[in-house]
Design a protein around this ligand. Structure first.
Ligand code: PMT
Length: 440
């Protein structure tokens, strides 16, 4: 049995306080953290602290050799509970039997999940506490793989991950980077704070109800880039995180999700159909090629409204004259969301985002009507702690009959709340009983 499926090393990021999930995010939730034997296990005390700070109760299981990478005593100290290491521990079983533990969990998180653990789970083995609990639980099981990049790329591991995906396991990461063995590549465990952000999606009750089961959802995210010449472009600060979170929340709510992503947007879950584009025109084409049968369209992308009329074929040179100015003629890009709202195959519900800096409510409401949208999500991006390129956001969902205010929270939490609310607000439209747009 492998004891170490290699590992991360030399972190540029040493987690201190895991602070990106809001206090209360996991209030009262039971999280069963299973730690298998990889070096990334040393990060798990930070994870436990973060989960508890966000309100969770955490029980911990270690696999046979995980104590070589993280001290059970440290985990006991941060979790406030004794750590379980053996299926045959009579005392622990008397306190809470392994089947009870499987029932207790709202979410089972395996971090790090080594190649050996993935193989065991894919094969349905039940020869230790972790594998037994995973077979017995009805809670979502979330895996954060960590191993050497060759082990990760090995066809056996890839096949195991596909099998686990088919069986309904959820996978977070891994990240790519330097590894302890000197290799570079995929296999680093996702950082604890990012694991927490993604875990939020599993504790939102609305998402577990499968609110969008059987529906097609199309999401745009990220910036677009518009070439000035072969080396320069017009773009903006969008990271694509908010749209990624919306796509993930919709996927977890049971939807079949297509994500049209601008450049630089991070990876998404393999279950999301992703199309990468660069320019507004490419985004427009990708959206219209995938509009058929879509029930909910969410335009989160920060699309460049204008592009240079003519991108120079060669790099533009300085004129050489002191104080010289130059002009770039711009032409308007297509308004993607407005065209979706007018399309013959208009989705039942069309939701836009508005990044505003002044007169925010008036501008967003006006945009909603002008573009023919059912709802618009207003974020005030004059606040540097939210919006573009931040992990947090605060927003107001504005629709014809009312509005809902979402205070500052993580983008995943906001996405979960929005995807929890939208099917409720537009239930009739999504059910097809009121196909007319409610934009007035
Ligand atoms: O990507 P992140 O770093 O996570 O940041 C998230 C965000 C701030 C980008 C996001 O929350 C947001 O506000 N997105 C909309 C950004 C914007 O600038 O919107 P807008 O006011 O230009 O456009 C309004 C709506 O029309 C949007 O739904 C937009 O996608 C859409 N639009 C705009 C122009 C255009 N040519 N086509 C469009 O479809």
């Amino acid at each position: 049995m492998a004891t170490s499926d290699n590992p991360d090393k030399g972190d540029s990021h040493i987690p201190g306080e895991v602070s990106r999930a809001d206090a209360g995010t996991f209030n009262g939730k039971h999280i069963l953290l299973a730690v298998s034997s990889g070096i990334a296990a040393y990060k798990t005390p930070y994870l436990v602290r973060g989960l508890r700070a966000a309100g969770a109760e955490v029980e911990i299981i270690l696999t046979a050799n995980a104590h070589r990478f993280v001290s059970p005593m440290a985990l006991q100290a941060v979790s406030g509970r004794s750590v379980r290491q053996d299926l045959w521990d009579e005392e622990a079983e008397a306190a809470m039997g392994h089947i009870e533990l499987a029932k207790w969990a709202d979410v089972v998180l395996i971090a790090p999940a080594t190649a050996n653990t993935l193989a065991k789970l894919a094969g349905g083995l039940a020869d230790d506490l972790l594998s037994t609990v995973c077979l017995a639980t009805e809670a979502p099981v979330v895996l954060a793989p960590a191993m050497n990049q060759r082990m990760y790329r090995h066809p056996a591991t890839q096949q195991n991950l596909r099998t686990l995906d088919d069986q309904g396991y959820h996978v977070i990461g891994p990240d790519s980077g330097d590894q302890a063995c000197g290799d570079t590549g995929p296999g680093r465990m996702t950082e604890p704070e990012d694991i927490m952000l993604q875990l939020e999606a599993f504790v939102a009750p609305a998402l577990q109800a499968g609110l969008l089961t059987g529906k097609k959802v199309l999401v745009t995210t990220g910036p677009t880039v518009e070439a000035i010449d072969p080396v320069r472009f017009i773009s903006n600060h969008s990271s694509g995180l908010q749209g990624l979170a919306i796509a993930e929340a919709a996927r977890l709510a049971g939807a079949e999700v297509t994500l049209v992503a601008g450049p630089g947007v991070a990876d998404c879950h393999a279950g999301i159909h992703r199309l990468d584009v660069r320019t507004a025109e490419e985004m427009y084409n990708a959206v219209h090629a995938n509009l058929s049968g879509v029930s909910l369209f969410v335009g989160v992308a920060a699309v460049a409204d204008y592009r240079p009329k003519q991108a120079a074929e060669q790099k533009i040179k300085r004129s050489g004259e002191a104080g010289a100015s130059m002009h770039i003629e711009l032409t308007e890009n297509p308004d993607i969301i407005a065209s979706v709202a007018k399309a013959a195959e208009r989705p039942a519900v069309v939701v836009g985002f508005a990044a505003e800096t002044n007169n925010t409510h008036a501008h967003a409401s006006d945009k909603r009507l002008r573009k023919g949208l059912d709802a618009i999500v207003l974020n005030d991006v004059s606040d540097p702690t939210i919006g573009f390129n931040s992990s947090n956001n605060a927003a107001t969902l504005i629709y014809a009959q009312g509005e809902v205010v979402f205070p500052r929270q993580s983008k995943q939490q906001l996405a979960n709340s929005l995807i929890g609310q939208i099917p409720e607000i537009f239930a009739q439209q999504l059910a097809g009983t009121n196909p007319a747009s409610m934009t007035k």
